[in-house]
Design a protein around this ligand. Structure first.
Ligand code: ATP
Ligand code: MG
Length: 403
């Protein structure tokens, strides 16, 4: 059956009290933005507690479902038969038409569920269920009712229009992008940081990203890999502005002037420091990293203690580390699900792996690290230079070229 519309449910944003309208409007706009990628002629509106997507006569069902199911905030995607009326006799005959179109002569067990948005509608829900159920039984001899474990749950929702459906595709959940501020993701080419960014974005946060590269030690291809990852993330998060910072001069400076086993931690501190400044300039209220306790030397609790210290001032930024307690496999599972894994495992070098100590400190002492950093008198100038020469790349999800 060619469905003329989709009804979308959402969960959490229904709980937002006075802000509810604002949240619903954000979700509506996100959905509108998404379906535009599937062609012309879709209309998206709010209908008490639901989002309604009206479809053009021709569209690619699978593509639309895929797009709708990954809008943050959407809990369920229901392809519906839209009956532009609440007239009772018409509703009942359309239920029969729906069953005919979707199930034909197939044997199936079912139960009818009904909902009225307006409680003054003269036919209460149990009556709608009973009458529709009876008609289905009469018209489809291969069907039978099973109230405990039905194969098909047939829904009749009476709102401004009436909606009939029995297919519910699970949505991705979370909150609509743009309802919870903005944060700066430190995006490397690895597996962890895209997952971290995805998880925070799923709570409604707009993502900007920063990537530190070190040409010629890291290649153009390594940079392209990060751009590809940002584009893949953008299919969920919306457009990501990616700041590319040339870190070569700073890395060489650290490499020449500080103890070898401390360079990783000092490098990490400088990345965070620069990220804090970019975040402040771009009106972000936090940083996001893909750090996970114990994964590598720079991610022991003691190392994280040292790295985090630069985020306390003079520019203060909280750091969100959503995968901090995840095992690698758990992070890999999410990366595979959201489609970033294959890109992340491409074998291009990262600046952290090139300037890496054979035996990095695993329990750095903050005072010792700070003393080492005192041997970098020109570091402020180099940070300013790196920020002044940044590149910004606007990363959008790839759109089908013939649209
Ligand atoms: P990932 O898989 O995200 O690369 P990782 O396990 O390789 O993480 P590290 O290299 O120690 O771990 O990096 C820890 C975090 O620091 C990353 O998750 C990322 O947020 C940030 N980071 C590391 N390298 C870079 C870089 N070149 N540019 C931007 N951020 C980076
Ligand atoms: Mg990495």
């Amino acid at each position: 059956m060619q469905y003329g519309a989709f009804l979308l449910t959402y969960a959490e944003i229904g709980l937002k009290g006075k802000n509810r309208g604002k949240f619903e409007e954000s979700l509506r706009m996100q959905v509108e933005h998404r379906v535009r990628r599937c062609g012309e002629g879709f209309k998206v509106s709010r209908e008490d507690g639901r989002i309604l997507v009206l479809c053009p006569e021709e569209y690619d069902y699978d593509k639309v479902v895929t797009e709708l199911a990954r809008v943050f905030g959407v809990n369920g995607v229901m392809p519906v038969k839209l009956v532009p009326s609440t007239e009772y006799e018409l509703i009942k005959s359309e239920v029969v038409n729906y069953v005919k179109e979707v199930y034909g002569d197939k044997p199936f067990t079912f139960k009818v569920f009904a909902k009225r948005a307006d409680k003054s509608y003269p036919h209460p829900s149990p009556e709608i269920c009973a009458d529709s159920g009876e008609l289905i039984l009469k018209n489809f001899p291969n069907s039978s009712v099973d109230v405990h474990n039905p194969q098909e749950k047939i829904w009749v929702e009476v709102r401004k229009n009436t909606y009939i459906y029995s297919v519910v595709i699970p949505g991705i959940g979370g909150m609509p992008i743009g309802t919870a501020g903005k944060a700066m993701l430190l995006l490397s080419g690895g597996i962890d940081s895209p997952v971290a960014g995805y998880m925070i974005a799923r709570r409604g946060v707009v993502i900007e990203a920063v990537y530190f590269h070190a040409p010629p030690y890291t290649s153009e291809r390594a940079k392209q890999k990060v751009i590809d990852l940002a584009k893949e993330m953008a299919a969920f998060t919306g457009t990501i502005r990616l700041h590319i910072i040339n870190f070569t001069d700073i890395e060489l400076y650290i490499d020449e002037n500080t103890p070898h086993d401390e360079i990783t931690i000092i490098m990490r501190r400088l990345m965070m420091k620069i990220a804090c400044r970019l975040a402040e300039r771009e009106k972000c209220n936090g940083l996001i990293t893909g750090e996970s306790i114990g994964q590598v030397a720079s991610q022991t609790i003691q190392s994280l203690y040292c790295t985090n210290e630069v985020c306390n001032g003079p520019v203060y930024m909280p750091v969100y580390r959503p995968v901090i307690a995840f095992d690698k496999q758990e992070i890999v599972d999410i990366a595979q699900r959201i489609g970033t894994y294959e890109t992340s495992i491409e074998p291009y070098e990262d600046c952290c792996t090139i300037f890496v100590a054979k035996h990095p400190v695993t329990k750095p002492n903050l005072n010792i690290i700070k003393a080492s950093e005192a041997c970098l008198p020109d570091i402020e100038d180099k940070i300013n230079e790196a920020i002044a020469t940044e590149d910004i790349i606007v990363c959008k999800a790839d759109v089908d070229e013939n649209l």
